[in-house]
Design a protein around this ligand. Structure first.
Ligand SMILES: NC(=O)c1ccc[n+]([C@@H]2O[C@H](COP(=O)([O-])OP(=O)(O)OC[C@H]3O[C@@H](n4cnc5c(N)ncnc54)[C@H](O)[C@@H]3O)[C@@H](O)[C@H]2O)c1
Length: 295
């Protein structure tokens, strides 16, 4: 007996890294899985069937149910086709994990429009298109569903050299924070994952020689993601989870009043508002610190 027996999941970018470990664990917990992957390079160039196929073969060898899909998440037709594949092969979709991603890191000084566009296209538009296809199908089925989108601390906190990626990842989180409010009406839950794991995306970014490959292996992130697709997770929606190694952290908001006066009064004087907010500057929460690299 698995926690997801009888459920059908689509995982985008599941031919390697986190998507692969999500797909393998979903199948182990009893879900039938559409393993989508374009099979390109880390920067999004190229494509092949081999990445999705090798994950499907692993799932089938272990006695699970899976089918490969080689579509591009940034194509509307491909996004619709991967959800249709779930319905055609397994009868429905219960769980969409929008995970596919690429990197084109560059300091902003050297950023080009192409680097900006392709990263925003795959991450933000790709998440929109695949989630839209899944969401529409879930509404048609009338039994709710679960969606997990993949953000990043780059978008939620910040990271040197990733203005394109950070913008897309912040966009994904904003998208999900709006969508979960609409999905509640249909029993569709939407949660946000901000992972950290050793993969081809991060192997030259993480500190080297510190056993990170094992300490932060991708399979340590997948259990909470898979759980979010189960009926046990029905009360959980609209939440952001930072997951690295065996730690699951809930990201929540804090606000800090810096200056206030009665709204019946006129606006602040510019100098006065500046002086007021700076009165307790040393007590402001510490902001993120830059970690400069060369690009
Ligand atoms: N690894 C980390 O520490 C980390 C941190 C924050 C966020 N993330 C995010 O997690 C997700 C998975 O990353 P990963 O580290 O496993 O990287 P990865 O490169 O191992 O996996 C990404 C997969 O997506 C596939 N893909 C790329 N473009 C695609 C497209 N257009 N259509 C379909 N598939 C496509 C790739 O072929 C690849 O198999 C990404 O969204 C990434 O931005 C990862």
């Amino acid at each position: 007996m698995g926690l997801l027996d009888g459920k059908v999941a689509v995982v985008t970018g599941a031919g390697g890294g986190l998507g692969e470990t999500h797909a393998l664990l979903l199948a182990k917990e009893g879900a039938a899985v559409v393993v989508n992957d374009l099979g390109g390079a880390r920067d999004g160039s190229g494509g092949s069937a081999s990445m999705a196929d090798q994950v499907v073969n692993k799932i089938k060898a272990a006695g699970g149910k899976a089918v490969a899909d080689y579509g591009n998440v940034a194509s509307e037709a491909d996004a619709q086709a991967m959800v249709k594949r779930a319905v055609d092969e397994f009868g429905k979709i219960d769980f969409m994990i929008a995970n596919a991603g690429i990197l084109r890191d560059k300091s902003f000084k050297n950023m080009t429009n192409d680097m900006w566009d392709v990263v925003v296209d795959v991450h933000l538009r790709g998440t929109y298109l695949t989630v839209k296809a899944a969401y529409d199908q879930m509404i048609e089925q009338g039994e709710g569903g679960s969606i997990v989108v993949t953000s990043s601390t780059s978008g939620l906190i910040g990271n040197f050299g990733q203005t394109n990626y950070g913008a897309a990842k912040a966009g994904i989180a904003g998208f999900a924070r709006c969508l979960f409010q609409e999905g509640a009406k249909y029993g569709i839950r939407v949660n946000i994952l901000a992972p950290a794991a050793w993969s081809r995306l991060t192997e030259d970014i993480f500190p080297q020689g510190q056993n990170m490959e094992e300490l932060l292996s991708a399979d340590k992130v997948s259990p909470i993601v898979v759980w979010l697709g189960s009926d046990e997770a029905k009360p959980v929606t609209g939440r952001t989870f930072l997951v690295q190694g065996n730690s699951v952290t809930l990201l929540s908001w804090q606000s800090h009043m810096l200056a206030t006066k009665d709204n019946n009064e006129g606006p602040w004087d510019v100098t006065e508002v500046g002086e007021t907010v700076m009165q307790h500057f040393e007590n402001w929460p510490k902001g993120p610190q830059p970690t400069p690299r060369e690009f």
